[in-house]
Design a protein around this ligand. Structure first.
Ligand code: ADP
Ligand code: MG
Length: 350
């Protein structure tokens, strides 16, 4: 049987973990990234260093692979669309275009009659003035945001001038939700319209960056079912192929809100590598390469800790771990503040 070759756009840690999962399935991985230090080059079979709009390189990349996917959202739609004419891109480029824009994403969720935070489009400073009932709120760039980047918490309107907001960009203003908890649901949908869904994962963010994830999430059965139901509805509506993550807020009255959709594997799902028979990464590859679907089975409860910035140092120096602890070093060239450098998963059986 000839070997399958999978092309992945993006070379961060999610790309690395996709490459590791591909290897396990005997699939060759080719990474394309515009970062010459992209960590995933250490895990892939072949690395193409190119800008995401470099036509020649994009064609070269496409000629090396059978299927194409991506590990982050901020890829030009035109590039994905062009690639889709040559090879199968999953999930579909139009899904990426929808979700990489916060306003389009939230409008889409509301059309499905699923709750989101209240939000308005902000195109200039003046738009903010009459909006005191959206405060306290968070101003977020409509595109390119991640890990809290491009976000400004605003408590009152007088603050706006001191925040030095770059109004050459467009924003949405979101009302702040009084959070009780955050959870996420990861689902992998296959081409035959079937899916595998993971149980809800409970997440704790610090300074808008994910810090801890755990299963089981401490939530009511109603929220468990509701969050999974909404994730299925979103994946079905998008006719999604691959792994998708829905991030949710739960407020103090136990109302569920869709915060964001990630059309890809997700940081909160790192614990699926050790806690399930099939990880979110392997499931993604099975779906986008049309491989067999395997019934998901949980092996263990787990918690995951993100190692951000200098957090990684003691783990690099002393890798002695208990047998239920798994340390992943993303092998990034430089340690930077607020940069995800690695993670630990701890399996916990009761
Ligand atoms: P990113 O794209 O950076 O992940 P998010 O919109 O998910 O952006 O925001 C990151 C985190 O900031 C959330 O997980 C949550 O902890 C906090 N946050 C964002 N928006 C709100 C909101 N409207 N109300 C309360 N907390 C919020
Ligand atoms: Mg988020």
């Amino acid at each position: 049987m000839s070997e399958i070759r999978l092309g992945i756009l993006g070379g961060g840690q999610l790309g690395s973990m996709l490459c590791i999962a591909a290897k396990k399935l005997n699939i060759k991985s080719v990474i394309l990234s515009d970062d010459e230090n992209a960590p995933a080059q250490k895990f892939c079979d072949e690395f193409v260093f190119a800008k995401y709009n470099d036509k020649d390189k994009i064609y070269e990349f496409s000629s090396k692979v059978d299927y194409i996917t991506f590990e982050f959202e901020n890829i030009p739609y035109e590039t994905l669309d062009e690639l889709n004419k040559l090879k199968i891109v999953s999930p579909k480029p139009s899904i990426n275009r929808l979700i990489q824009h916060r306003l389009a994403e939230k409008d889409f969720v509301n059309k499905l009659n699923l709750r989101t935070t209240r939000y308005v489009h902000i195109e200039n400073k003046k738009d903010l003035e009459p909006l005191s009932d959206f405060l306290p709120g968070i101003l977020k760039t409509t595109t390119m945001g991640y890990d809290g980047k491009g976000q400004y918490p605003i408590h009152n309107i007088n603050q706006v001038s001191s925040l030095n907001i770059d109004f050459s960009k467009k924003y949405i203003l979101e009302k702040l939700v009084k959070l009780k908890k955050e959870i996420s649901v990861i689902i992998t949908r296959f081409a035959n319209n079937k899916y595998e869904i993971y149980e809800p994962i409970e997440n704790i963010h610090e300074e808008q960056i994910l810090k801890y994830s755990k299963i089981p999430a401490e939530i009511s059965p109603k929220l468990y079912n509701q969050s999974q139901g909404w994730a299925v509805q979103i994946a079905e509506e998008l006719k999604f192929i691959g792994t998708l993550c829905v991030e949710f807020f739960i407020d103090r009255n136990d109302n569920l809100y869709v915060n964001e959709i990630a059309p890809r594997v997700h940081n909160s799902g790192h614990l699926t590598i050790n806690a399930f028979n099939i990880s979110q990464f392997e499931n993604h590859i099975r779906a986008v390469c049309s491989l067999k679907q395997i019934k998901l089975k949980k092996i263990s409860n787990a918690k995951m800790i993100n190692l951000i910035g200098n957090d990684i140092i003691p783990y690099r120096e002393n890798t002695k771990l208990d047998k239920n602890q798994f340390f992943f070093d993303y092998l990034k060239k430089e340690i930077k503040e607020k940069r995800k450098m690695g993670h630990i998963t701890i399996l916990e059986n009761d």
